[in-house]
Design a protein around this ligand. Structure first.
Ligand code: SAM
Length: 279
C-alpha cells in the first residue's frame, strides 16, 4: 500500500484499486461522472464494481463522501443518485447522512416549468459506525438568550402543558448538513479551470476536517483536477488520487506539487473544530 501513498495514478480506478490492501482507507471523497452529463476523456464508469472495491478498501469506521446529481432526461430527473445510494447500502455501507452541497452561484438554466437547480447531493456512507467525527461548529443565532417560562405539551403523561426553565442558549452548535460554497471563483479553485467540474477546495477541506485526523489516508478514485489530493496534502493527510484521463492527472499532479513545495502549510491550530465561523 505504501507505494501508492501521496501519488496521482493514471488508470481505471477499478483496476488500480485491486492492488490496494483491504481496509486501509480512512476517507474517500469523490464525484463520479453522472448520467453522461459531461464527456470526460477516456470515460469508463463501471459503477457497481467501483462501489464494491470502495467497500473492500475502506477501513472499519471509514467514510465515503459521494457527491452527485441527476441529469434531466425527457422531462424527468433520472434518479441515478438515489439508485447509487441504495446500492451502497445493499453492499454493506451505512447511509450515514444525506448532505446538500448548495452552490451560491449556480449556473442559470433555461428549463421551463422548473426551478433553477442549485445543489448536489453529498451522500455520506460509513463502513460500520463512523470512527472519526470532528464536527464543525457555528455560532448560535440567539447565543446567551434566556428563554424562561417556555411551555411544552406533554401528552404522554396526560398533562396539557408543563413549565420548562431553559438554560441560556449556547454560543456554538454543530453546523447543519446543507453546506454552501461559491464555485470556481477563488484563486485556488481557478487552478482547476481546465477541468469541467472541479470541487471547491473549501468543500473538501470541510469533509477532511470532519471525518479524518492528520496522517489518515484519503482517496479520490476519480480525482479529476486533483482537488481532494491537493487539500489532503495541505492538511497533513496522506492521499491517493486516481483518474482515467492523462490530461487531468497532469493538472492534479501540478496542483499537488505546488502545495508540497510550500513549507508546512498545515498548522495544527487550523484543525481544531469550533474554529469555523457561522455560515
Ligand atoms: C466529476 S469529475 C471529478 C472532478 C474532481 N472532483 C475535481 O475536483 O476535479 C469525474 C472524473 O472521473 C474520471 N473518471 C471517469 N471514469 C473513471 C474511471 N473508471 N476511473 C478513474 N477515473 C474516471 C473523469 O476523467 C473525471 O475527471
Amino acid at each position: 500500500m505504501e507505494i501508492f501513498l501521496n501519488s496521482i495514478i493514471e488508470g481505471n480506478c477499478v483496476e488500480v484499486m485491486k492492488h490496494f490492501d483491504s481496509e486501509t482507507v480512512d476517507l474517500t471523497i469523490t464525484s463520479p461522472p453522472y448520467d453522461g452529463l459531461r464527456s470526460y476523456k477516456g470515460y469508463v464508469f463501471p459503477f457497481e464494481d467501483i462501489a464494491k472495491e470502495l467497500y473492500r478498501v475502506t477501513k472499519q469506521g471509514g467514510v465515503i463522501v459521494w457527491v452527485v446529481a441527476d441529469a434531466t432526461i425527457e422531462s424527468s430527473e433520472t434518479g441515478t443518485s438515489f439508485k447509487q445510494a441504495l446500492f451502497f447500502k445493499e453492499i454493506g455501507f451505512n447511509l450515514h447522512d444525506t448532505m446538500i452541497f448548495r452552490k451560491k452561484n449556480p449556473i442559470p438554466q433555461i428549463y421551463r416549468k422548473r426551478y433553477n437547480n442549485e445543489f448536489e447531493y453529498m451522500f455520506v456512507f460509513s463502513k460500520g459506525s463512523v470512527k472519526t467525527h470532528n464536527p464543525i461548529m457555528v455560532d448560535c443565532m440567539h447565543a446567551g438568550l434566556e428563554l424562561n417560562g417556555t411551555t411544552y405539551k406533554n401528552y404522554s403523561k396526560n398533562e396539557q402543558t408543563r413549565e420548562k426553565f431553559a438554560t441560556p442558549v449556547k454560543d456554538k452548535k454543530i453546523k447543519g448538513n446543507i453546506w454552501e460554497y461559491v464555485v470556481g471563483k477563488k484563486q485556488e479553485d481557478q487552478e482547476a479551470k481546465r477541468h469541467p467540474a472541479p470541487f471547491p477546495c473549501d468543500l473538501v477541506r470541510d469533509h477532511v476536517m470532519s471525518w479524518t485526523n492528520p496522517g489518515d489516508i484519503i482517496l479520490d478514485p476519480m480525482c479529476g483536477s486533483g482537488t481532494t489530493p491537493r487539500v489532503a496534502a495541505e492538511m497533513g493527510r496522506r492521499y491517493i488520487g486516481i483518474d482515467i484521463s492523462h490530461e487531468y492527472c497532469d493538472i492534479a499532479k501540478k496542483r499537488v506539487q505546488r502545495i508540497e513545495a510550500q513549507p508546512t502549510l498545515f498548522v495544527e491550530e487550523k484543525e481544531k473544530p469550533n474554529s469555523a465561523k457561522a455560515a
